[in-house]
Design a protein around this ligand. Structure first.
Ligand code: A2P
Length: 308
């Protein structure tokens, strides 16, 4: 048994840059609570913050980063281009930087492999899911994520992002992207839902082979997966005198990729960084959990995970 301690584990992106393996997720962190969460996280040792244009939180995430007093170069900041801006990722990046109040981000991700048309946006707010008359998302069928990638791969040259990557991509979609003759850059990262009830084994293996860093959103299964009460997790938790979340985040780090637990609760923000070093047999036991039935918790009605 090893005592939990703040994680300083870092991984390497295919650009050569370091990336802290535990970062703070901020989806649904709002306004003042969200600002305080980011500020607290940086104070207790987080050096990696994940946000997105869609989360509408870049303004307070950036404010907390600026107010933290920690030099910008010691922090790793990720944001994401929203689906309505696939045709103009350079502009989307500029807008994100302006909301963040930062000169650059460390990683800029394509949030979903789905481009949306903008013609039905009436209030000028691009950060939305425009719908067709039949209520379906207004998918841009004349565009695709490979074209988006070809625009995104040039962005690091501007210095406004250090690296580019994708999110919510399947193995098939990554294969298509990599096989395209116009693709000159391998995504640095693929951020997807990963937790013991959705271990993403084929994607994990594929990303490892292609040197694409996997990043886990909803690593605790959010509020919707019964992971924190799982008997296997609880048994290992008791052995380490830890907290179930520390065991689950420890599982991600032991597998060698980024985990992005979201919390606005100061004590949880703190304990989620104090992960446990699991043994190989504990890792194996957690690897078995999904066999009683996989569970995806993030499944937006406007997106089809089966599509390629
Ligand atoms: P809160 O933000 O109120 O602390 P995920 O990252 O898998 O999406 O999970 C986020 C959810 O899990 C949030 O509702 C968050 O609540 C809660 N959460 C975060 N850390 C812990 C923890 N250590 N123990 C229990 N629940 C947690």
């Amino acid at each position: 048994m090893s005592a939990p301690k703040p994680s300083t584990s870092v991984g390497k992106l295919n650009t050569g840059a370091s990336i802290p393996l535990v970062g703070l997720g901020t989806y649904l962190s709002e306004d003042e609570t969200g600002y305080k969460a980011v500020l607290h996280a940086i104070k207790v040792g987080y050096r990696h913050i994940d946000c997105a244009a869609l989360y509408k939180n870049e303004d307070f995430v950036g404010r907390a980063i600026r107010d933290s007093g920690v030099p910008r170069e010691e922090l790793f900041v990720t944001t994401k281009v929203w689906n309505t801006q696939h045709r103009e990722p350079a502009k989307a990046l500029e807008e994100s930087l302006s909301r963040l109040g930062l000169d650059y981000v460390d990683l800029f991700l394509m949030h979903w492999p789905q481009a949306l048309r903008t013609e039905r946006i009436i209030d000028g707010n691009m950060i939305t899911v425009p719908k067709r008359e039949d209520g379906k998302p207004d998918v841009d069928t004349e565009w695709n994520y490979i074209k988006t990638w070809h625009l995104m791969q040039d962005l690091p040259a501007s210095g406004k992002t250090k690296a580019v990557g994708v999110s919510n991509f399947s193995v098939k979609q990554l294969e298509k992207l990599l096989a395209d003759p116009g693709s000159k850059v391998v995504p640095a990262c693929n951020q997807v839902e990963v937790h013991p009830l959705l271990p993403q084994i084929p994607l994990y293996d594929f990303c490892k082979k292609k040197n694409i860093m996997l990043a886990a959103y909803s690593p605790l299964g959010s509020q919707k997966a019964p992971l924190l009460d799982d008997p296997v997790i609880l048994e290992i938790t008791a052995k380490h005198k830890a907290d179930p979340a520390q065991i689950i985040i420890g599982w991600d780090v032991k597998r060698g990729y980024v985990a992005l637990p979201k919390s606005v609760t100061p004590s949880r923000i703190e304990s989620n960084l104090q992960i446990v070093n699991l043994t190989d047999s504990e890792l194996e036991k957690i690897n078995e959990i999904h066999k009683k039935g996989e569970k995806r918790v993030v499944d937006p009605e406007w997106f089809d995970f089966e599509e390629d």
